[in-house]
Design a binder for this molecule. Structure first.
Ligand code: GTP
Length: 323
């Protein structure tokens, strides 16, 4: 039996992983390949899974409410086994922004899976607009800084995304930083993760377990033991989910999000605005809105550094009263 190629999509919060995944899924469909997806999210709500499954019947497994590399290895393995039951031609694993790809490679090379799958590529997507600032924003969180660095070091391919938002001098600075950590893997420059996806499907062939382990420096790698807090989050980064019970406005939400800067790194959710439902996406200070066919419960998810859940929820209630 030939082994199924796996693409691992890594990269910090909001860098463009789901945007790339959507492109890869489209390309898979065009080529007649049957894709299977393992999505991992920090919170218990599943915005990315929703975005990906909108209008498609792809094979999808979700690992919610925790970082994949903190989940029990057998949980990850059984999710992948569930995907494989349906005989996909290619598997995509989208990690949370704070996951170390090495830990997932570790799961894929468990005895139950090693003969069935192989890692085709670890792709790390970088948010060019914010990546240089992250080093100072996250400076106090050594685990995250180290994870971000490992995401670059172990990547087979680096995607410098959001180049529409940066100057050429910033681009050079980022390149320099990338090359310091990974001088050998190619860098792709993209807007909206628009890489030549077709070229990724050429030369798919199994690699031997030993080779793979050496490539990612497995023998040397330090295994992180992430510390979960009561939000099942990671390190100092936590996730807060706020159910939205009434129609609101983009202005109210944007003002509310602004209150939690600079600790707020990422926010997303489905929100009732006037007579429609909008998908809200926010990365650092940039918030975008788009129409959606979503029909589930409305909510906002905030991901940030030591966010104070009680305070944030209280303030949200206040926002609604004051409106
Ligand atoms: N301006 C601009 N926005 C982008 C680009 N790529 C992605 N975005 C936007 O950035 C936001 C985050 O993109 P996602 O693809 O959801 O990022 P992600 O890495 O999957 O995010 P998480 O899974 O939450 O960590 C969305 O609003 C995207 O539309 C880009 O190249 N330029």
């Amino acid at each position: 039996m030939s082994r199924v190629p796996v693409f691992i999509l890594s990269g910090f919060l909001g860098s463009g992983k789901t945007t790339l995944l959507k492109r890869m899924l489209l390309a898979s469909h065009k080529k007649g390949l049957k894709p299977a997806i393992l999505m991992n999210e920090l919170g218990s709500t599943d915005t990315d899974g929703q975005i990906i499954s909108e209008g498609s019947n792809d094979i999808l497994e979700k690992l919610l409410d925790g970082c994949i590399c903190c989940s029990k290895k057998n949980e990850v393995v059984s999710c992948i086994e569930n995907l494989l039951i349906q005989n996909p031609d290619v598997v995509f694993i989208e990690l949370t922004g704070v996951a170390n790809p090495e830990e997932v490679v570790d799961s894929i090379t468990e005895p139950q899976l090693i003969d069935k799958l192989y890692v085709e590529k670890i792709i790390t997507i970088l948010d060019s607009e914010n990546i240089l600032e992250y080093n100072s924003i996250l400076a106090a969180d050594k685990v995250i800084v180290e994870t971000n660095r490992r995401q670059i070091e172990v990547a087979d391919m680096l995607v410098m995304n959001k180049i529409d938002l940066i100057t050429s001098s910033k681009k050079e600075k980022i390149e320099k930083m990338i090359k310091k950590h990974n001088g050998s893997s190619p860098i792709y420059y993209t807007s909206y993760s628009d890489i030549d996806v077709d070229s990724l499907y050429v030369n798919l062939k199994p690699v031997k377990r030993k080779t793979m382990m050496i490539r990612i420096g497995k023998e040397k790698a330090v295994h992180h033991h992430h510390h979960h807090n009561q939000n099942s989050s990671f390190s100092r980064i936590n996730t807060i989910s706020i159910p939205i019970k009434q129609v609101t406005s983009t202005k109210v939400i944007e003002k509310f999000l602004k209150k939690w800067q600079p600790n707020l790194l990422r926010a997303k959710g489905y929100v009732p605005i006037k007579d429609q439902t909008l998908l809200m996406q926010s990365v650092i200070k940039r918030t975008t809105w788009e129409a959606t066919n979503y029909e589930g419960d409305y909510y906002l998810v905030l991901i940030g550094i030591n966010l104070d859940e009680a305070n944030i929820k209280r303030e949200w209630e206040q926002c609604l009263v004051v409106k």
